[in-house]
Design a binder for this molecule. Structure first.
Ligand SMILES: Cc1cc2nc3c(=O)[nH]c(=O)nc-3n(C[C@H](O)[C@H](O)[C@H](O)COP(=O)(O)OP(=O)(O)OC[C@H]3O[C@@H](n4cnc5c(N)ncnc54)[C@H](O)[C@@H]3O)c2cc1C
Length: 540
């Protein structure tokens, strides 16, 4: 007996599938929108809940959702992502379950290509995506759905083409169909989609961003080809195409041209300081274009607010483009050019995260190397609020906030990237009459074999940090310790100091560091306080 499709009307099946995935996105929104609305309706006043007491089931679910996933290649490293992937894959299998006896049966996969293609487009706009701006779905999550829908679209399209082509080959109709415009449009659409798919694979994205980025525009060929090939395709594609077009026009009209002052640091870091505008939110990014390097490409960098009115980008010269940024402003390419002023174009701030920063009593920031930028941005935002007399966060009735920063560096000289900011924030926190505290711990690993391998702490250095005299090379605040940190012990100490408080945790750095911190956050979550993690790996 041949399998029967779940819904016999294939067009209806495609629309219901589309609705199911939109339903998943609405559920995602329900996980984040209430927290955002609570903050917004409260006129962004602090709504901290403390002391907290969670029941065992809540703690158990939280622990499960915080642990790194055993399937990192599929699911962005945690169990909720794995669950999402299971639901998404099951929907595709359920709606794709079908007999393949008649040629009309193959069209089901064509329909599912259209609905997945339409969803991929809806989730594509990188800056002003309505789903993140209005529904508050975190941007990295939307990107994950975008990838899954794109992948599903390619799989269904390939099955649709494969069955149709083999049927036509068997019945000797191949030459007839390739001369038919509608079929040709379908083949062109599939070829464009295949190129987009192949160049989106992670190794290509990592190896050569441009080889991933520019072929992505072939989605226009895919969309036009599919709309010519199939009736009703417009219904699926036009919403996403319209949003994408609006996003493009918006960005063309709204990017701003600014002047930035360059400062160079040891360890190939260049800071660009821009005056006259401060990002409102914490840990937001902007797309940046340096006309001195290219008038075409945009790269994402975190905006770090400065006191007063301005912000900084700190850019590490690891890849080809970022290395060229290090040479900007110099008359000859070998010359360092601190103090030069260069033109830059900025499209931002963008980015919706999963945590409303500042609305937890305790904030924990764990960063590796240049991954400090979101951490500094979050700390600045909380400390500026708590010390700004016109902010509700500085009022007597507002609860005190406690920020803990753990920054792991290869070399202590890299601490100079943010010594000024750390000193300034620390001084502000010290003058806040206890409204905000800022605890800084810096580990540098240059004398050991690197992150991820065994190494003992340098007790002499730890001792120096406890007695207050910093090792030479760093003149900022906080404890400085040589060697790898014991992240679990560090989290444990925070839990002991701040019992019955939920903790907002930002992690940014290498995957091994993030996974260790996730495990520590899981272990330390208890009925008297959950460690809620948001991570950033600086990858799209
Ligand atoms: C949200 C976010 C915030 C970031 N904040 C900072 C920061 O504050 N400081 C910092 O030094 N770095 C930051 N990065 C990383 C930075 O964007 C990349 O290191 C930089 O774009 C690499 O470019 P490259 O060509 O020099 O390096 P390559 O070695 O060519 O690329 C390294 C990787 O960067 C990514 N990448 C390359 N080009 C682009 C592009 N045009 N758009 C998006 N990704 C690209 C690719 O994944 C690639 O594999 C951030 C990244 C993201 C996603």
């Amino acid at each position: 007996m041949s399998p029967k499709p779940v819904i016999s009307d294939r067009y209806a099946a495609a629309r219901i599938y589309f609705g199911c995935v939109m339903g998943m996105l609405l559920i995602e929104s329900l996980l984040h929108l209430p927290q955002y609305l609570m903050v917004a309706l409260n006129k962004r006043k602090p709504y901290v809940k403390a002391p907290v007491q969670h029941n065992g089931f809540r703690v158990f679910m939280h622990k499960i959702s915080t642990l790194p996933s055993p399937f990192p290649f599929l699911t962005a490293h945690n169990y909720p992502m794995f669950l999402r992937f299971l639901v998404f894959a099951s929907l595709n299998i359920l709606f794709g379950y079908n007999r393949t006896r008649f040629t009309a049966d193959y069209t089901l996969y064509g329909w599912l290509t259209l609905s997945n293609g339409g969803l991929t487009l809806l989730l594509a706009a990188r800056g002003t995506n309505l789903l993140s701006a209005v529904l508050r779905i975190p941007t990295p999550l939307l990107l994950t759905y975008h990838r899954w829908c794109g992948m599903a679209s390619f799989v269904h399209a390939t099955v649709h083409l494969g069955y149709t082509a083999s049927h036509n080959a068997r019945t000797g109709q191949l030459s007839r169909v390739v001369n038919n415009d509608v079929y040709r449009a379908g083949i062109i659409a599939w070829s464009a989609l295949a190129l987009v798919f192949l160049t989106s694979l992670r190794p290509i994205r990592r190896w050569c961003w441009e080889l991933f980025y520019y072929p992505h525009y072939l989605f226009l060929v895919f969309a036009v080809g599919a709309m010519y090939h199939a009736n009703h395709a417009k219904e699926f594609f036009l919403p996403g195409l319209t949003l994408w077009f609006i996003d493009r026009v918006w960005r063309l009209r709204h990017f701003s041209k600014k002047k930035a002052v360059i400062t160079h640091f040891d360890g190939s870091v260049t800071k660009l300081t821009v005056n006259g505008y401060s990002p409102k939110g914490a840990a937001q990014m902007a797309w940046v274009q340096f006309p001195g390097v290219s008038n075409v490409v945009w790269h994402p960098f975190t905006m770090v607010a400065r006191p007063g009115n301005g912000f900084t980008f700190a850019i590490r010269g690891l890849g080809g483009y970022a290395k060229k940024v290090q040479k900007l402003g110099a008359s000859d390419s070998s010359e360092k050019s601190s103090g030069s002023v260069i033109p830059i174009r900025i499209d931002g701030p963008h980015g919706v995260g999963g945590i409303e920063w500042g609305h937890h009593t305790v904030t924990v920031l764990v960063a590796g190397g240049i991954g400090i930028t979101p951490g500094i941005s979050i700390a600045s935002s909380i400390i500026f609020q708590a010390t700004n007399p016109s902010s509700p966060f500085s009022r007597a009735e507002a609860p005190a906030r406690h920020i803990y920063l753990l920054w792991i560096l290869r070399s202590l000289s890299h601490a100079s990237w943010f010594t000024n900011e750390l000193s300034h924030l620390s001084a502000l926190a010290n003058s806040s009459n206890g409204k905000v505290t800022f605890d800084i711990t810096i580990h540098y690993t240059s004398a050991d074999t690197g992150w991820g391998q065994d190494c003992t702490h340098d007790l002499a250095a730890a001792e120096r940090s406890l007695t207050g005299s910093q090792p030479s090379g760093y003149a900022g605040p906080g404890a400085v310790i040589q060697g790898r940190p014991d992240i679990l012990a560090w989290f444990n100490q925070i839990r002991d100091q701040r019992p019955h408080m939920d903790v907002a945790v930002n992690l940014c750095g290498p995957r091994t560091l993030i996974n260790s911190a996730r495990k520590a956050a899981t272990k330390m979550s208890w009925s008297g306080g959950l460690f809620k993690v948001q991570e950033e790996v600086f990858e799209l």
